[in-house]
Design a protein around this ligand. Structure first.
Ligand SMILES: Nc1nc2c(c(=O)[nH]1)N=C([C@H](O)[C@H](O)COP(=O)(O)OP(=O)(O)OP(=O)(O)O)CN2
Ligand SMILES: [Zn+2]
Length: 148
């Protein structure tokens, strides 16, 4: 299978409220996102994206619009983490993203996959689709999710 992968980075805060150790504290990460797409290679002489599955700049633009700019410098808070949710709501103009599950790297990768799957789906009639997403929380810890 032929794929292309675009890497982007963003910063976000989170906490894992029931964690046994450090991760129950408010803290942040520089997340690294790897987006892998598959689809037919575009064959259209004279087109800017001739010979590409998708121009990397378009991969980046869609990722930013639908996910990266939404999560960058936001605090990603679990919807049932009432104490932190209320605190963040008390801060004027604070960038907060409420997540319907605990913001572990596994869950954030799954949420990101669903968002980006819809964003890339068959934009050119070439079967373009999100194949895999990797989300690094630290250089040493990451989750991967693949389309099934
Ligand atoms: N399965 C998971 N385990 C942990 C998660 C997670 O999302 N899924 N998250 C955390 C913490 O939030 C944190 O992101 C990881 O911290 P840590 O284990 O300290 O990671 P480091 O890379 O900084 O660890 P080093 O020991 O410095 O390499 C915890 N667990
Ligand atoms: Zn963390």
């Amino acid at each position: 299978m032929l794929t292309i992968t675009r890497k982007l980075e963003f910063d976000a805060g989170h906490r894992i409220p029931d964690h046994k150790s450090q991760c129950r504290n408010l803290h942040g990460h520089r997340y690294t996102l790897e987006i892998t797409l598959t689809g037919q290679v575009i064959a259209a002489e004279g087109n800017s994206d001739n010979g590409m599955i998708m121009d990397f700049s378009d991969v980046k633009a869609l990722a930013k619009e639908h996910l990266v700019d939404v999560w960058d410098h936001a605090f990603l808070v679990y919807e049932k983490d009432t104490a932190v949710k209320e605190f963040l709501a008390s801060l004027p103009n604070h960038k907060t993203v409420v997540i319907d599950r605990i913001p572990t790297v596994e869950n954030l990768a799954a949420v990101a996959f669903d968002i980006l799957k819809a964003a890339y789906k068959d934009r050119y009639g070439t079967g373009l689709k999100l194949h895999k997403l990797v989300l690094h929380e630290t250089p040493n810890c990451w989750a991967e999710i693949t389309d099934n």
